[in-house]
Design a protein around this ligand. Structure first.
Ligand SMILES: [Zn+2]
Ligand SMILES: [Zn+2]
Length: 64
């Protein structure tokens, strides 16, 4: 069984606004937040946990 690592969840409010359209922009992936692969707080098929006030999440692959 493959384990997915926990990743820090990226909130749209953590990201700067795109200077062209005002949408949250991810500079890490150079994409708009809606299009990048960062894990958001309300993703389908993801599992979440909070560690010291920081939200972490991971994708759960086993979905039937
Ligand atoms: Zn934009
Ligand atoms: Zn991203």
């Amino acid at each position: 069984m493959k384990k997915n690592p926990w990743k820090k969840v990226v909130f749209a409010t953590d990201l700067p606004a795109c200077e062209w359209c005002g949408e949250p922009y991810c500079s890490k992936h150079k994409k708009h937040y809606a299009d990048c692969s960062c894990l958001g707080p309300t993703q389908d098929g993801a599992q979440y946990k909070t560690v010291r006030g920081t939200l972490y999440g991971r994708k759960i692959s086993s979905k039937k």
